[in-house]
Design a protein around this ligand. Structure first.
Ligand SMILES: Cc1ncc(COP(=O)(O)O)c(C=O)c1O
Ligand SMILES: [Zn+2]
Length: 411
């Protein structure tokens, strides 16, 4: 059955339009990524601000009218999205900007933003009667896929680099996925996963390559806009690896703009790690993505060749935004800053956005009268080794008051 909401899947590079079809991932003409093009006049009849006010569903399925799925029959049995947007005036004041909001997506079922993408990809797979789902991941996309498919009768096969943090591997195994650790980088795992899915006919959830991951990720923008009563922030700071969260955030705001739910679009700021900065380099030069080393402590954004890089660069350009890079030390410092300034424990990649905001304030890129949303994309408990690098050791004493008195002076 043809999905009435969808007009076509359009190539982001050559513009070739394709009909939505099982097994179609990339452009048949030039192999670039595809974008889902919607029929907004059809969608307009199904969603409105008034309808949303009455809607008692507070997860991503609230925006079903704007998702590339037929219905929510196959949705996983856990809450995805509907994450809080914290208005933190104290931090805004101390940093010298008008408004600062933190979107806490570490509270998703598998503790990262990636659940939004996995949920939509998974429903798409089940609607197409797929039996084996696979995906390559730095860790979070995989743990999310494993979590959401854990109760399905389908099989989930995951490819991760050997270096993925232990907690993420534990999640994969606990949720029952078949885990294949690749002796190589995320990029190696990604390529092998695509080869395998072609060879064995598996459904592939790989970030960027699968056109529906972006569609899931865009739900975060719907929430931000609605939580701000349809007032759009001046800037959104996005931790960026493959660039798919970034292109998703842009898609979400553009959807709302097309429906006239909002009248302004935000500037998107891609925040990358210093040596995992292919998107920033492309944006600041000729727009072409070229591989970089990808080395950073923030494992989730450790990417040599961003798989949605072209769409990410397009999004930054269209939004009049920019790209900033931060060092590993700045990322580690941001773990403490966000924990102590907002009460959120983020993983290194998850707080990179905050480090990027600090940098943008320092360089004068963001002005005092502006408002910013910072996405916190992953939970700190996923990588405690990194967290421990930015804090001291606890006090260790004998169970005696005398010993306690000795150290109390230092507290
Ligand atoms: C916690 C976290 N933040 C940010 C990102 C970056 O997302 P993208 O690769 O789409 O740029 C990821 C991706 O794995 C992630 O897990
Ligand atoms: Zn093309």
């Amino acid at each position: 059955m043809k999905n009435r909401k969808i007009k076509s899947l359009k190539c982001i590079s050559c513009g070739e339009e394709h009909e939505q079809k099982k097994g179609l991932y990339t452009c048949k003409k030039c192999s670039s990524n595809l974008e889902v093009i919607y029929d907004y006049s059809y969608i307009k009849k199904r969603i409105s601000k008034a309808k949303l006010r009455k809607n008692r569903t507070f997860d991503i399925w609230r925006y079903e009218a704007l998702l590339p799925i037929e219905d929510t029959r196959y949705k996983p049995p856990v809450q995805i999205g509907g994450s809080p947007l914290y208005d933190n005036d104290t931090l805004a004041r101390s940093m010298g900007i008008r408004k600062l909001y933190l979107k806490d997506d570490s509270r998703n079922p598998s503790a990262s933003f990636k659940d939004r993408a996995s949920a939509v990809a998974m429903v798409n797979a089940l609607e197409n009667n797929e039996k084996v789902l696979c995906g390559a991941s730095t860790g979070n996309a995989a743990s999310s896929m494993s979590c959401l498919t854990s109760t399905c009768s389908t099989k989930t096969i995951i490819f991760v680099p050997q270096s993925a943090p232990k907690a993420k591997i534990a999640q994969l195994l606990v949720f029952g996925a078949s885990v294949i650790m690749v002796k190589g980088t995320y990029d190696d795992a990604f390529d092998l996963c695509i080869e395998a899915s072609k060879e064995f006919g598996w459904y592939n959830r790989n970030t960027g390559y699968n056109p529906y991951t972006r569609e899931g990720k865009k739900t975060c923008s719907f929430e931000i806009a609605e939580q701000l009563h349809w007032n759009v922030p001046d800037r959104v700071f996005v931790p960026t690896g493959d660039g798919n969260i970034l292109s998703g955030i842009w898609k979400g705001f553009k959807d709302l703009y097309a429906l006239r739910f909002i009248t302004k679009l935000p500037k998107l700021i891609a925040v990358q790690a210093q040596y995992s900065n292919a998107v920033q380099k492309a944006f600041d030069s000729d727009g072409r993505i070229r591989p970089v080393s990808g080395k950073t402590i923030a494992d989730s954004i450790s990417v040599s060749f961003p798989r949605d890089g072209d769409a990410a660069v397009q999004a930054i350009r269209e939004s009049n935004g920019s790209a900033v890079t931060v060092t590993d030390d700045e990322i580690l410092k941001a773990i403490k800053d966000v924990a102590r300034g907002a009460g959120i424990f983020g993983e290194p990649a998850g707080v990179t956005s905050f480090a990027g905001l600090k940098k943008a304030i320092k360089t004068g890129e963001i002005k005092r009268n502006e408002s910013a949303v910072v996405l916190i994309t992953g939970n700190g408990l996923k990588d405690i080794d990194s967290a421990m690098k930015c804090v001291g050791e606890p006090f260790l004493i004998k169970p005696e008051l005398k010993a306690l008195k000795n150290i109390i002076k230092k507290i």
